[in-house]
Design a protein around this ligand. Structure first.
Ligand code: HPA
Length: 268
């Protein structure tokens, strides 16, 4: 029995007949988004075969099923990162589980450093493209032609414009740009950030790209938003640390909750 089937059985036993429309993955410091979920059924990752055991403070390790603004959501409060285990495919089975649960859209969130001087900590950035040069592709070792995922439109423009509309209605500035996946867990050096700027990066972080690739292979429409917690290395005098990331995630997190509520309520 695959982990996916086993995880679906656990979900069916706790949330019979639940069908998801949207799968949401919450990044560091964004766990509070689950407070916006109504009729929540919470299942610990420990009880879900194939789901990660988060080792990172700020990643809750729970699957929350319920509704945001009337839309059925399956929210992963915490994800697996490449830097935790040296594997970039550890989100494959959870994402497949959520796809089997009915979700057609995958909304990824993360904490990120900004290379845009105007996108200061507390800002949000819609990811419109990404650079993945430093970690292994999560589909390495897969067989079949569906491993050759087209990446010409990596992020779904329709969801992106829905999120832009939601942000505009609320008067919240939503930056947009290219996210560069660096493996972490150490932060980048100032020289690396200068190099990434030349390559076209607008934000930098340690996640999201593997899930985008895995999710697109599964047929999800994928969108992603970065919660900017710092200017990237060398762009400000503030030393970077995970505590700083969590501390600075609060403003962006509060605005992201508002945008999601607005986005989902105009969706039904
Ligand atoms: N770099 C990488 N990951 C991050 C950063 C950063 O500056 N900020 C939050 N996550």
């Amino acid at each position: 029995m695959s982990n996916v089937k086993a995880a679906l059985d656990v979900i069916a036993s706790k949330a019979p007949d639940f069908k998801a429309e949207v799968a949401l993955v919450l990044g560091s410091g964004l766990g509070g988004v689950v407070d916006a979920v109504s009729d929540a059924i919470i299942i610990a990752y420990e009880d879900l075969p194939g789901f990660p055991r988060p080792t990172v403070v700020g990643h809750g390790g729970k699957l929350v099923l319920g509704r945001i603004g009337g839309v059925a959501v399956a929210v992963m409060q915490g994800r697996a990162h490449y830097y935790e285990h040296g594997r970039s495919d550890l989100m494959a089975e959870p994402l497949e589980t959520l796809r089997e649960l009915g979700a057609g859209r995958l909304l990824l969130t993360n904490a990120a450093g900004s290379l845009l001087p105007d996108a200061v900590p507390g800002s949000l950035m819609l990811i419109t493209d990404h650079i993945s040069l430093f970690g292994p592709n999560p589909l390495i070792g897969y067989h079949g032609n569906d491993r050759f995922v087209g990446m010409d439109v990596p992020y779904d423009p329709e969801i992106g414009s829905g999120l832009h509309d939601a942000a505009a209605k609320l008067g919240i500035k939503l930056f947009e740009g290219t996210y560069c996946w660096c493996t972490g867990p150490s932060f980048e050096t100032p020289a690396e950030i200068r190099a990434l700027k030349v390559l076209g990066a607008d934000a930098v972080g340690m996640s999201t790209v593997p899930e985008n690739i895995l999710g697109r292979r599964l047929g999800f429409k994928v969108a992603a938003v970065s919660n900017i917690t710092n200017l990237a290395a060398g762009m400000s005098a503030t030393p970077l640390s995970h505590d700083q990331t969590l501390e600075m995630s609060k403003d962006g997190s509060a605005n992201l909750i508002k945008i999601l509520l607005q986005y989902f309520s105009s969706d039904v």
